[in-house]
Design a binder for this molecule. Structure first.
Ligand SMILES: Cc1cc2nc3c(=O)[nH]c(=O)nc-3n(C[C@H](O)[C@H](O)[C@H](O)COP(=O)(O)O)c2cc1C
Length: 388
């Protein structure tokens, strides 16, 4: 990956490889896309105050989560259409995560199977579900996750209905990708992507083929999947899944401290504070903005994780200073895998790792547990008090 220095370089390469209709789908937000700006701005507005004259010669960014030690505090969030960006991308992401010893969350609408993930990365693969209209499908998937040897289930709660993604609507992407003559013509300018499409056609949403009826085509499977969403999702569903799933159970998309407390009260093991990368409801606060209130409400009761707008190692440290115990990112590794397969995904993770290491040294923290709000200052705030 010559010439790639940061996540933005990977983004540029991904943009070159993908037809506009696909790139805009992964890049876009909802409504006026305020969420994309808010997520990025929240990190930019923080100021970090370094401490010097500390021995930083040995630095350790390993992080313990659910009894397992990961080498770095940044995992891969679920991104449904990875297989549309590059064939086999879900498993490439899983492999890169396994090799970097960080978690990878496979999306509930991925193009590879729970079973393949269990074979490739049983210790690093987590699986994300959405509720399906037919509850027996969700329940069967939960069973499959356990049978495959995976230990962590993530239930995404912030998709009560599909969202208003105007960028994609304008490009002719309804519930799923449809190649019109116009988009096909544009795709010809991205031959590597187009070759994959011509060779393999539409990617199968492989976890769902068994529910879609015998010999269903990729299109039929996709139609079946979209007939299962949106499905009713309530706390009763969470309780039901909790009963069925004995492993670590994480809710993704929690943005309110009362929801976090309720999750804890019914036996949830962790939450990911997230606004779906600005793709569901516009004008929410950024996850970083609500993080301190949620951490304050929960105390040490369960780990609070975060995703949304994380593009730099320093962003990871800021989230840790504000109480996060782990951080995920979605688009950066998606850019990476699109641009360069496993090597590209690995590059994105390596960029985060390197930036975290440098930033830890710069601010005078040798372990992530040393990070606290005392390193932080909001742009408009005054310097920390003496003695703090
Ligand atoms: C293209 C794309 C597809 C996504 N698909 C899913 C999904 O299937 N399930 C899910 O829970 N979240 C999904 N998300 C949200 C991500 O898991 C994550 O919350 C978000 O990407 C974090 O923001 P970031 O991209 O700024 O890092 C998706 C995000 C993107 C960009």
């Amino acid at each position: 990956m010559q010439g790639v220095v940061n996540v933005d370089d990977l983004r540029e390469l991904a943009k070159k490889r993908l037809p506009k209709v696909v790139f805009d789908f992964i890049e876009g937000g909802t409504d006026d896309e305020v969420g994309l700006i808010t997520n990025a701005r929240a990190f930019r507005q923080m100021r970090i105050v370094p401490r010097y004259l500390i021995d930083i010669s040995v630095r350790d960014q390993s992080t313990k989560l659910f009894g397992r030690t990961y080498s770095s505090p940044v995992g891969i969030a679920p991104t449904g259409p990875a297989g549309l960006c590059r064939r086999g991308a879900d498993m490439m992401l899983a492999e890169a995560a396994r090799d970097a010893n960080v978690p990878f969350i496979m999306s509930g609408v991925s193009s590879s199977t729970i079973e393949d993930l269990g074979k490739l990365a049983p210790d690093h693969g987590w699986y994300q579900i959405y509720s399906a209209v037919d509850p027996s499908i969700s329940e069967d998937m939960i069973k499959r996750v356990g049978d495959a040897g995976l230990k962590t289930l993530v239930f995404t709660v912030d998709v009560p209905v599909g969202s208003n993604r105007e960028r994609s609507i304008r490009r002719g992407w309804g519930a799923q990708l449809k190649l019109t003559w116009k988009t096909k013509f544009e795709a010809l300018c991205h031959p590597a992507w187009m070759m994959e499409w011509l060779q393999h056609g539409r990617p199968y949403l492989d976890n769902w083929t068994r529910y879609a009826g015998p010999n269903a085509s990729a299109k039929k499977v996709a139609d079946f999947v979209w007939s299962q969403f949106p499905a009713p999702m309530t706390w009763q569903h969470v309780e039901r899944y909790r009963e069925l799933w004995k492993g670590n159970f994480v809710l993704k998309g929690i943005m309110h401290p009362d929801d976090a407390l309720r999750a804890h009260s019914i036996g949830i093991d962790g939450i990911i504070v997230s606004n779906h990368g600005g793709r569901q409801l516009d004008n929410t606060p950024s996850p970083l903005e609500v993080l301190p209130t949620i951490c304050h409400a929960l105390g040490d009761r369960m780990p609070v994780m975060l995703d949304g707008g994380v593009r730099r190692g320093l962003h990871v440290l800021i989230a840790f200073c504000m109480g996060a115990k782990f951080v995920f990112q979605g688009r950066p590794t998606l850019y990476g895998v699109t641009a360069g397969g496993i090597a590209g995904a690995a590059k994105a993770l390596a960029i985060f790792r390197r930036e975290i290491d440098i930033s830890m040294a710069q601010i005078g923290a040798t372990r992530l547990v040393d990070l606290s709000p005392q390193f932080l200052m909001r742009k408009e705030a005054v310097m920390p008090r003496r003695g703090s």
